[in-house]
Design a binder for this molecule. Sequence first.
Ligand SMILES: CC(C)(COP(=O)(O)OP(=O)(O)OC[C@H]1O[C@@H](n2cnc3c(N)ncnc32)[C@H](O)[C@@H]1OP(=O)(O)O)[C@@H](O)C(=O)NCCC(=O)NCCS
Length: 167
Amino acid sequence: MSTLTIRQAKLYDVPALARIERESFARPWSAEEITREIVKNDKAFVAVAELGGETAGYADMWIVAGEAQLFNIVVAPEYRGLGIGSILLRYMAEAAARSGCRNMTLEVRRSNEPAISMYRKGGFHDSGLRKGYYSDNHEDAVLMDREITPEDAVEGSGDLEVEIETV
Ligand SMILES: CC(C)(COP(=O)(O)OP(=O)(O)OC[C@H]1O[C@@H](n2cnc3c(N)ncnc32)[C@H](O)[C@@H]1OP(=O)(O)O)[C@@H](O)C(=O)NCCC(=O)NCCS
């Protein structure tokens, strides 16, 4: 067992988050883009997952006019399949509920089966398709949404700490 901590991101997390981006995406967010989300963008809420003290993943959402929009959720390759993505997703839903949001939306590449499966398990439903949305390969975007209720906030505010099975 190892301790998984989910907390709000800080400036000192940027190098580790940029490394996870580079390991995970063909078009990663740069350190500057991540910094802007954490420091300058007051609509953004960025959370970091740490496993046994190591940075294991992060998520970024915007909260605008009572709507939460999940922009990114990523787990470092070596930590995938342990449940961290699902726990991060639940944490974001809690944060959205605490901010009074009633709805969370996202878009995901149609070929990204792991992410789509995780979102469905996390209560998201398909709400539409944007044909050829991604400019790099003209892939379709699947639009998904999930209702946010006050019950999503039951775990309370602040950091989340859980023990997870790592072997
Ligand atoms: C999508 C991602 C965040 C999932 O993180 P994770 O910590 O591995 O996910 P979890 O261990 O919590 O798994 C949750 C569910 O996701 C699905 N899933 C995860 N990995 C999967 C895989 N390789 N294939 C199919 N489904 C998968 C399963 O439904 C799983 O539930 P289960 O364990 O009951 O089968 C991770 O694969 C990732 O970082 N991918 C690259 C970045 C990315 O594409 N992010 C989404 C951008 S929209």
